[in-house]
Design a protein around this ligand. Structure first.
Ligand SMILES: Nc1ncnc2c1ncn2[C@@H]1O[C@H](COP(=O)(O)OP(=O)(O)OP(=O)(O)O)[C@@H](O)[C@H]1O
Ligand SMILES: [Mg+2]
Length: 318
């Protein structure tokens, strides 16, 4: 869906982005991860031509973006700015309706689509006429997201969309983010410097440093097959929690005991080990029913942890 080739941006002697190449598949969620100043925002802004590159090419859906006018290009790309970027003197409704107004949708259609998104993003109707400074940080982020989604673009670029939130609000929004049907259909490039967020939301992660890509791969690739010491140390502090998030229960299915099958279906084995562990807590259960390919097993907390450690040991010796 998106192909970036040897893309560079130099500001004088600063190589903000230095010859990066990557691809993002249709409906894939790619996370640009890295410390402050490594070139994440610059990369994102070159993809919607808010910044013109020094050299390199970008193709979206096979078309070179430099063969189109930036205005036409941006119609197919939703953009969520760092710190939401809402217009303070526009109401919530007006902020969300900016793109449809530009596209000259009729009033009824705009009203309907805005109402639909407000509902999907759990904003109340009363907030339609509110100004951004009358909303909480989390609500403002949702409005920013609604604004980016309103014309249903196939591609979404998100720059630290959850950056301003506390951890509790953040994990609540992460859960909503993953559940939202409109987002499942989109090809997304999202910037963050939060490793946990990258592991929770990304299909693949592109770890950057000093304008270059250090490693691009699935969360499990980065954890279990780091290309160098930089990758290893970047993930070191939170390693265990990240591993729980990078491994899915289906990955360790063969290591789980063949406990008696139960009649009911249970949780889908597609969930991560981390989310399995959370389910023990939220259901206050000592066993969970988990289903994989038409087989349901009753799995205990210890059994899940043991299988996970066996798997981890195996990966370490690959
Ligand atoms: N307009 C500009 N003029 C000069 N230098 C710039 C400009 N924009 C960015 N830079 C430099 O390019 C580098 C990359 O900036 P960029 O904003 O892409 O980083 P980032 O990874 O998004 O960082 P952060 O996590 O802090 O948002 C930085 O060193 C920055 O100072
Ligand atoms: Mg940035």
């Amino acid at each position: 869906m998106i192909r970036v080739e040897q893309l560079s941006k130099h500001f004088g002697s600063i190589k903000a982005v230095d010859g990066i190449s990557f691809e993002v598949g249709d409906r894939e969620k790619l996370i640009l991860l890295g410390t402050s100043g490594c070139g994440k925002t610059t990369t994102l802004k070159m993809i919607n031509r808010l910044i013109e590159p020094t050299s390199g090419n970008v193709f979206i859906d096979g078309k070179n973006i430099f063969d189109q006018s930036p205005e036409i290009l941006r119609r197919g790309i939703g953009y969520v700015l760092q710190n939401n970027g809402l217009f303070p003197h526009y109401t919530v409704g007006e902020n969300i309706a900016i793109v449809p107004q530009l596209l000259k949708w009729d009033g009824k259609r705009i009203e309907k689509r805005v109402a639909e998104l407000m509902e999907k993003l759990h904003l109340s109707k009363d907030q339609l006429k509110a100004y951004p400074n009358e909303l909480s940080g989390g609500e403002q982020q949702r409005v920013g997201l609604a604004r980016a989604l309103v014309a249903d673009p196939p591609v979404l670029l998100m720059d630290e969309p959850f950056g301003a939130l506390d951890n509790v609000t953040r994990s609540k929004i992460h859960a909503e983010f993953k559940a939202l049907d409109e987002l499942k259909r989109k090809t997304i490039i999202m910037v963050t410097h939060d490793v946990q967020e990258a592991f929770e939301l990304g299909d693949r992660i592109c770890l950057m440093d000093k304008g270059k890509i250090v490693q691009i791969g699935t969360p499990a690739d980065l954890l279990f097959k780091p290309v160098n010491h930089f990758v290893q140390s970047f993930l070191k502090e939170q390693r265990l929690q990240l591993e729980f998030k990078a491994v899915r229960i289906k990955d360790i299915w063969g290591l789980l005991p063949h406990a008696k099958k139960t009649g009911d279906t249970g949780l889908n084995a597609d969930i991560t080990v981390w989310s399995g562990l959370e389910n023990f807590k939220s259901q206050q259960a000592d066993h969970l029913n988990i289903t994989h390919e038409n087989e349901t097993r009753s799995v205990g907390f210890e059994q899940l942890i043991t299988a996970f450690y066996k798997y981890q040991n195996g990966r370490a010796h690959e």
